[in-house]
Design a protein around this ligand. Sequence first.
Ligand code: TEU
Ligand code: CA
Length: 548
Amino acid sequence: MASWWKEAVAYQIYPRSFKDSNGDGIGDLNGITEKLDYLQDLGIDLIWICPMYKSPNDDNGYDISDYQAIMDEFGTMADFDRLLEGVHARDMRLIIDLVVNHTSDEHPWFLESRSSRDNPKRDWYIWREGKNGAEPNNWEGIFKGSAWEFDPQTEQYFLHLFTRRQPDLNWENHDMRAAVYDMMRWWLNKGIDGFRIDAIAHMKKEPLLADAPNPDKLRYAPSMKSHLNYDGLLDYVDDMSRNVFKHYDIVTVGEMNGLFADRAEEWVGEHRNRLSMVFQFEHVRLWEPEEGLRPEPAVLKKIFTAWQEALEGKGWNALYVENHDLTRITSRWGDTEHHWRESATCIAALYFLMQGTPFIYQGQEIGMTNTRFGGIEDFDDVSAKNMWRELAAQGRSEEEIIAFLTNTGRDNSRTPMQWNNWPNAGFSDGEPWFPVNANYEMINVASQQQDPNSVLNFYRALIQLRRQEQTLIYGRYALELPQHEQIYAYRREREDDTFLVLCNMSSKAASWSDMELSLQGMHCVLGNYPQVDEDYRLHAWETRVYRI
Ligand code: TEU
Ligand code: CA
């Protein structure tokens, strides 16, 4: 079924690093409003902004102390209303981040909950007695260390899957749910167009909170199996949908680590009335370095094709390769040394033209890259600091730790947006809260706007092409050249209209034969090299889109 959000191209904003409007070095809501014309001109229909709520900023806003107020550094509720108005005036839509796996430890709900064992909100969070003078169980948190924190006031522990300042809400408690639903309706009634739902995968915990298996006798054991996509989680989603979602024409995207294509339909099947889309994690499993940072094309083909086929005619994909938790895609999958522009644009065509709603993360559209870190003082992210502590305790050298965090750290995607070649990349007139990537004079919006062959103009062309061609939105996906080791190729087809997308995912030329895949009767409608030199041969990181 056709829907506005299926036809949309989405753009993710990390407000702290997008645009500072008042010179304090911190991006803010008025900064976003200033750049709405830029986004409209790029062809964006839907904007997702990361948390802008009141927060002590232990995890850059993902620790919320008041869901119905704006973080002082980002502005006021009047600024938010103006932003929303500006978005709607341009025929765009706005979704916000719904962070309800946990709150900040400064949220009034938690302050009440921790105040005494018999407080009415005690059960809104997850409190337990210690066991033999230690934590209630052996779970390791997602950001390392124990998932439990002792609270001396009532002499019990509370659960926190993320930082100790992000206590987990207890979704078994119906009063808590009702309060969250009220808050969600408040925002929807204000006119926002939906939610990206943070860490939804972790909301349901194994009911007995039993120890996780610990064969290696670690101090704290990996606990994912006890709270990642745990059985019964969908009941929470159904409840949320019944009470809130289904009463509005909105889009919902769940951040759904731990979901695989074989069960995707249960989450986003059209007739399920659950979520519009999920951000699945299979292609970005960066936290498991043993999986390799740069997947072989064969691995990508397997993952993307499984998702495309699983949802064909049944549900809808969210397409993405970057976000604020990942490294920059051109650094991760591409070749920033020899083929920066070609690999940035090739990867763009690869994911963008599949069936689904494409999301672009700020700076991705100009091919921003990972940054450089000298020492621990250069990292800001709380998860990087915890990881540093963990690796140091395991006896790893400083060089090893820096190398690991440079390749995997979330700070890479949180450097300020590179608008132009002025001081601070035009992000701020003051000292930016986090240093600008040193390459901003080469990589920035202003210079790419002038250059017809830039990454930015390639994204613009992709967006225009998708907008004009229903086949590229609703058409069926079919993998081509399945065995090719360098080329990722796929068709999109609808009735008698067919497109073919070819991507050489390597820094070497790649060829195939007309027997394997014929180009007869096709013409090239988009490419990232000045001209098509030879039919059955692609240059390094060359992409071409053909139409029959
Ligand atoms: O990320 C949560 C997240 O990535 C997990 O769902 C995932 O399973 C885990 O990290 C795998 O190691 C969201 C936000 O995107 C992130 O920025 C926040 O720090 C986090 O939630 C806590 O709110
Ligand atoms: Ca500011």
